[in-house]
Design a protein around this ligand. Structure first.
Ligand code: KIV
Ligand code: ZN
Length: 520
């Protein structure tokens, strides 16, 4: 196996595995493939594409990504269980560079309550299944789950045994996001001091953000010798999420003085659009003031700052929007642009649509160009991504009408299509959006509780499209989605229908296969 370059930090993206475990962030097959393709364009080193044994859908996604996405290593997750490893090996097999990522909890609390096993049994299991996995795949990663809360002597013992058994990446997770930077850095430093065969493996880290320290902890580990970081786009992931890829990458790039000139292979100019893609397809919005990719990340409001920037950019700007590809506000196409120019521009942006999706997106572009004078890259991205959101929507919005005003009861009429059937109803609400959502519920017969609703302009100007993001709870199932339109009631109706469709699809999938209980 090729020796790791000591000056290079390997970027292991787990958006499609840990990220997809974010409550409400489930993705369709098509959406997973699209994200994987964009991760490859971003030039990540490893894509963890899923947990193949957990469902037929996860298996198929890992398999198809392994088959079609070339460049990065394609990894699948597996417990130290024969069936998991067999399934994972089968799923990653088509990849040019396949990897099996095995994990087993090692901390006292997990050993005692979750696994009910003693240290020596854990060690034995890890060794046995790493050895088994090496027979099926040349590249094995091992994670001692909850490593940061594992007794240091036992952690060193298991890491040494895992390397002896054939693991070539040892990933140290802060599974519950409990660690703080000095402490986590010391965990890595101690491993380098106490594990005799450590130079035969790459040390990786996987930090959760429960205390808001995932990025800081990951970088403390890098300072102490870790040369791979597991992270996700927009910091998606279990609970408070994982370390945000874009933050780690831009910190290393902006502060080489602090990190000994370590680099990554990431094409940073693709960060912004990858973040947008993931946000749109998962339905998980990015907070405006989020570092690097938030809408305000490069917005200077104060007059003093604006004045400083005009005189010398570096007075208040440590990175440029161009560095992350957030300068796409140029006017790109207009009402008279043909289908060919439209397709060409999308392809330059790295977006690939099937012919019928391209037709639909172009139709929407012409409609939009009729309503809106300037069409920007972000508008196009939104139109294209609309086509990827659902492969086979159950319900689609055909028509709506609302009547509202300061002295009238807001009332909506909605027409929805399901296959060949057209259904129509009307209802009132305490505002036009409420009236439309209530009418949709009457038609589809599924009631949801709106937990979050936010509206954001996609680009600039009064005629900008409004993007509605919402989270809806259908019983215990929480779903997120987004939709955009120049009409905010229409965007709200589409986002709600998208949530209903996602909910119905997930319910149908869960009936077919039950995912194993949460693993991380
Ligand atoms: O958080 C965790 O410990 C994990 C492991 C599977 C790496 O996700
Ligand atoms: Zn995790």
């Amino acid at each position: 196996m090729k020796k790791a370059d000591k000056n290079r930090v390997i970027v292991f993206d787990t958006t499609l595995r840990d990220g997809e475990q974010s409550p409400g962030a489930s993705l369709t097959h098509r959406e997973k493939l699209e994200i994987a393709r964009h991760l490859a364009l971003l030039n990540v080193d490893v894509i963890e594409a899923g947990f193949p044994v957990s469902s037929q859908g996860d298996f198929q996604a890992v398999y198809d990504i392994a088959q079609s996405v070339k460049g990065p290593v394609i990894a699948g997750l597996a417990r130290c269980v024969k069936a998991d490893i067999d399934r994972c090996a089968e799923a990653v097999a088509p990849a040019t560079k396949p990897r099996i990522h095995l994990f087993l909890a090692t901390s006292a609390i997990h050993r005692q309550y979750k696994l009910k096993k003693a240290r020596n049994e854990i060690r034995k299991l890890a060794v046995e299944f790493i050895q088994y996995a090496t027979k099926l795949c040349p590249d094995i990663e091992f994670s001692p789950e909850d490593a940061s809360r594992t007794e240091p002597d036992f952690l060193a013992e298991i890491v040494e045994a895992a390397i002896d058994a054939g693991a070539r990446t040892i990933n140290i997770p802060d599974t519950v996001g409990y660690s703080v930077p000095d402490e986590f850095g010391a965990v890595i430093a101690r491993l380098y001091e106490s594990v005799p065969n450590i130079d035969q493996a790459t040390i990786s880290v996987h930090c959760h953000n429960d205390l808001g320290l995932a990025v800081a902890n990951s970088l403390a580990a890098v300072r102490n010798g870790a040369r791979a970081v597991e992270c996700t786009i927009n910091g998606l992931g279990e609970r408070a999420g994982n370390a945000a890829l874009e933050e780690i990458v831009m910190i290393l790039r902006t502060r080489p003085d602090q990190y000994g000139g370590l680099t990554t292979g990431i094409k940073t100019e693709r960060l912004y659009r990858t973040s947008h893609l993931v946000s749109r397809l998962t339905g998980m919005g990015v907070q405006r003031n989020k570092a690097i990719v938030g809408a305000n990340a490069f917005a200077h409001e104060s007059g003093v700052h604006q004045d400083g920037i005009l005189k010398q950019r570096e007075t208040y700007e440590i990175m440029t929007p161009q560095d992350i590809g957030a300068d796409g506000t140029e006017l790109v196409l207009g009402k008279h642009s043909g289908r060919h120019a439209f397709a060409n521009h999308l392809s330059k942006m790295g977006i690939r649509l099937k012919p019928e999706e391209l037709d639909n997106a172009y139709k929407r572009f012409i409609e939009l160009a009729d309503k809106k004078k300037f069409i920007y890259d972000d508008d196009l991205l939104m139109l294209a991504q609309e086509q990827m959101i659902e492969t086979a929507p159950v319900y689609t919005l055909e028509y709506f009408h609302v009547s509202t005003g300061s002295k009238t009861v807001p009332t909506a009429t909605v027409r929805i299509r399901k296959g060949e059937a057209i259904m129509q109803d009307a209802a009132c609400g305490d505002g036009p959006v409420d009236a439309v959502l209530k009418t949709i519920e009457r038609i589809v017969g599924t009631e949801g509780r709106l937990i979050d609703y936010s509206l954001q302009a996609v680009t600039v100007g009064k005629d900008a499209m409004g993007e509605v993001s919402m989270r809806v709870a259908f019983g215990n199932n929480t779903i997120s989605s987004k939709a955009a339109s120049t009409d905010i009631v229409s965007a709200s109706a589409k986002a709600y229908i998208s949530c209903v469709n996602r909910h119905l699809r997930e319910t149908a999938q869960n009936k077919l296969s039950r995912r194993p209980k949460k693993t991380t």
